[in-house]
Write a protein of this length. Structure first.
Length: 459
């Protein structure tokens, strides 16, 4: 936070300063009392299980000031207390206030059911080849994370890329109003969080509401490979410039001649009469599409395609990790999260990667899919039957439906095994895997299959 005093926080939040010096400088925002630093504003969030107001006293031993929604009377303290009605809303107002101060910095907002983080990092990478670029830290893409992200911007940046994640109706309007994006990117319309948003049509509506607070003259980038976005320009009321990207030749920016090599992917980017050769250190058609989005956004913001393309020489993906162990098998570690769309994409990566041995998939539960959970897992089972995968290991009650669906087939092309825990699966894998084999590990983060990867890495 640049040049922010307690009195600025009071003005942004509409709060009341109960005590302390209004001219106290505030340099950052913290919501975790264990991580607080000198100069921080502590924002105690009231969660489902913990009310962080209980940590105000310990936080102020180091921090500069605090918000509070619990103190109605006079608080006698050396450091500033600011009384607000709701600390989360106050935090969002601070984010909006910082954005108004930095309104001349263009912001690219990225959302979608799958691929937000990868696309955001690729866009930032492409833009950074020509512009000083700020981007979302870690996974700060929520109702709480976005205002913290905004608060850490400063006037030295020429452009910013922010990731916006939602799980319920109406949340995107809050985020978009805070961010005031100049450009918006929608990656996919899948079934992540369908437990709360009910239908893909509603998910599309909620994701596309990202343009509601987009600046006049802004541009919406849509994934032309996604079946729910291909006709969005016709079926939704999108009153803005629209650019399509993907691997289909009708898109404004598209990839052709895609080739998967041992440790990278190559393709040709086409935009009008321009054609640029791209080398990408990532795998899968979906990542090619993400890269095309990044190049399109960069070009539309003044970075030449050749310049942006050169920037990908040093790119390394934030999510999917390819671990090549000397004298052992190769692991595709994609354990951060999972939905039906991302599960299929990861299976495609396994199948596309050059492999002289077996292709093995270890798949765990996909969570937060609501009443359709069983059918979504069975869908993955049917999908696997059409793919050149040699063995499938499933872990979890829901993942067992993958096995059940595959067992319905009389095909003997793939063997399927079920395991009750990560350790049991790891022991079995270590017994059968050879140096030429490639192993995919994929599940929702809550399944903690990263622990299985750690066991295999140290075996």
């Amino acid at each position: 936070m640049e040049n922010i005093l307690v009195k600025d926080i009071v003005e942004m939040t509409g709060g009341v300063l109960l005590c302390g010096d209004e001219n106290t400088p505030v340099t950052d925002i913290c919501i975790n009392s264990k991580e607080i630093k000198e100069g921080d504003l502590f924002v105690p969030i009231i969660g489902e299980n913990v009310d962080a107001h209980r940590f105000i006293e310990s936080a102020l031993e180091t921090g500069a000031a605090t918000l509070t929604s619990e103190h109605d009377g006079i608080v006698v303290a050396e450091k500033p207390y600011i009384r607000v009605d709701n600390t989360q809303v106050a935090l969002q107002r601070i984010g909006a206030g910082i954005r108004k101060r930095l309104i001349n910095i263009p912001i690219v907002a990225v959302t979608g059911s799958v691929g937000k983080t990868t696309t955001r990092t690729m866009i930032a990478h492409a833009l950074a080849a020509g512009l000083k670029t700020y981007q979302t830290e870690k996974n700060f893409n929520s109702q709480i994370g976005v205002p913290i992200t905004l608060s850490r911007m400063n006037a030295s940046y020429e452009i910013a890329v922010l990731e916006l994640g939602i799980s319920e109706d109406g949340q995107m309007d809050i985020l978009s109003e805070m961010v005031q994006p100049d450009n918006a990117v929608v990656t996919t319309i899948g079934v992540a969080h369908i437990e709360f948003m009910k239908t893909r049509e509603n998910i599309r509506k909620q994701k596309l509401s990202i343009i509601h607070s987009m600046k006049e003259g802004g541009t919406l980038f849509l994934n032309g490979d996604d079946d729910m976005l291909q006709d969005a320009a016709k079926t939704e009321n999108l009153n803005c410039k629209i650019i399509y990207y993907g691997t289909e030749d009708w898109c404004d920016y598209y990839a052709k001649d895609i080739v998967y090599h041992e440790d990278h992917t190559t393709f040709t980017l086409v935009h009008g009469v321009q054609q640029v050769e791209i080398v990408l250190k990532a795998f899968g058609k979906h990542n090619v599409g993400n890269c095309v989005a990044a190049l399109a956004v960069a070009y539309e913001n003044g970075v030449p395609l050749e310049t942006a393309a050169a920037g990908f020489a040093s790119y390394e993906g934030p999510r999917q990790k390819v671990i090549r162990m000397d004298g052992k098998f190769t692991i595709i570690d994609d354990t951060y999260n999972a939905s039906p769309d991302s599960m299929k994409a990861s299976i495609n990566v396994l199948c596309d990667m050059p492999c002289d041995g077996k292709r093995v998939a270890v798949l765990g539960d996909m969570l937060e899919l609501g009443d359709g959970s069983e059918e979504y897992h069975r869908e993955i089972g049917r999908y696997l039957l059409s793919k050149p995968v040699d063995e499938v290991y499933v872990i979890g009650e829901l993942a067992d439906f993958i096995k059940d669906e595959m067992k319905k087939s009389e095909s003997e092309n793939v063997r399927v095994f079920s395991f009750s825990d990560r350790e049991e699966a790891a022991m079995s894998l270590m017994a059968i895997l050879q140096p030429e084999d490639v192993l995919l590990v994929k599940a929702s983060n809550g399944m903690k299959l990263t622990e299985l990867v750690d066991i295999l890495k140290t075996s």
